[in-house]
Design a protein around this ligand. Sequence first.
Ligand SMILES: CSC[C@H]1O[C@H](OP(=O)(O)O)[C@H](O)[C@@H]1O
Length: 348
Amino acid sequence: MKTILPIQWKNDILILLDQTLLPNEVVYEEFETIEGVWDAIQVMKVRGAPAIGVSAAYGLYLGIRNATERDFPSFYEELTIKAAYLASSRPTAVNLFWAINRLKQTAEQNKHLPISEIKQLLLEEAITIHHEDEEINRNIGENLLTLLQDGMGILTHCNAGALATTKYGTATAPMYLAHERGWNLKIFSDETRPRLQGSMLTAFELQQAGLDVTVITDNMAAVVMSQGKINAVIVGCDRVAANGDTANKIGTLGVSILAKHYGIPFYVAAPTPTIDLETPTGAEIPIEERETSEVTHRFGIATAPENVQVYNPSFDVTPHENITAIVTERGIVKPNYQENLVKVMKRP
Ligand SMILES: CSC[C@H]1O[C@H](OP(=O)(O)O)[C@H](O)[C@@H]1O
């Protein structure tokens, strides 16, 4: 599968594809500091829950690798400070906190070792998280394929693609696997205001890979569903609460309501690192609000009156009642989500 890799680790340098420049420019940027990674996550040079988690893992290592502390308590205190800094970059995608905690646990579990060895183990854990992500996505794709048929029309929202992960994507994983097997899925990618990840990222990566993708405006979901063009909706997620309520890019809620109205299955592609059993319901998921210029300006041109009031939540929550199935790499989860999410998290 020919895809552009958004994240690479080479010669102790984190290399990120600057996604703010797509689809017009493919530019890679090198990062050697935790501050640089924090900024890359915040301004969305790298974005997408899994990609944020992988980048944060490398970012935390970059932030601690030159620490001079020689005893574990003071080293771990510094690690915790760096972790809290990185965690402040964006609040909704739970993968960020999951990845940071994986590295903190690695340090804890090896507190008896010399600091230099602990640092090396932190890098190895970040690399492991990176490599695990590709397998997770492929397995999500295989599980989603069991719910699809050749020739189906699929609507997807925002970018839960290869660009949001390390490879394959989550919502797009079955699309790439289907293409490899000679299927012809007809994919509809809505633009996904305000940052247009659906047209600028999803359509870009799928077209690059030779898939059948059609861009529609965000307000066209109802008409393509009413015309019978959509047989299934597949979206990504940034955090799945214990009861199955799911936070995803703003607009996902509306698409789920339309899918329910037209009797179209609505699938959430959910890597288990994005499932947060500590958050009881969607009401408790922190929703990021971003700068107003994302709404009032596009490409430097004002599209709204100066100083107008703007409300710009970057995510919304789809209630579990609107979700047909939550598809993980460990299996397909159907209602009762409260019970079945616990079971899937216990599977190897
Ligand atoms: C598998 S990516 C999950 C998720 O992340 C995206 O948000 P953002 O581009 O703001 O990081 C979008 O909600 C995707 O569905």
